[in-house]
Design a protein. Sequence first.
Length: 185
Amino acid sequence: MGAIVLCGGTSRRLGGDDKTAMRLGDRSILETLVASLPTDWPVVCVGDPRELSREVRWAREDPPLGGPVAGLVAGLERCPTPIVVALAGDQPFAGTTAAACVAALRDRPELDGVAARQPDGRLQPLLAAYRREPLASALNSAPHRDAGVYRTLAGLRLDGLAPLGHAVLDVDTPADLDEARRHVR
C-alpha cells in the first residue's frame, strides 16, 4: 500500500492561506494526517514541498493547481504500489479510516476501491483505497485540469464503509478549523 496526499489547493474559503499548514496544537493539519498513516506505507504528497517529520516523496500536479484529478495523476506516477490510498490533505484525522479502507478492499477482490461514507451517504473519493490499475485507467480517460473527481471515478466498482471518528472532517472553513482544534484538545 501507498498513499497519495493532495495538498496543493488554493484554500479560498480560508482566505487563501495554505490550510494544510495551519496548526492543530503542535502540528500542522498535513503533519497530523501524515503521522496517522501506517509507517510502512510510502507517502507521496502532491503540492509545494515542505518539511515534515516523516519522510515523504513530493510531486506537483501538471498544471499546478490543476485540481484533484491532476493531483492524483501526479501522485500515482510516484506511488507504484498495487493498492493506493487517495487522501485530501485537509483531513487531519483520516489515517485510521484509510487503513480500514485498505483492509476492506483486500477482503473484496471484486471491487476497484473502498471509500469512506460521508454523513450524507455519498462516498468520499479522497478518503479511499483503490486498486492501482482501475484507478490509473479512470484517471487517464479524463482530462486532468479541473476535472471532477466524482465524475472521473464514477465508473469504478466502489463500496463504502462508515468512517471512524472524525475521519471525514475536512478543514475548508474557519468553523471546520475550530472543530479540528477542539478535537485535538
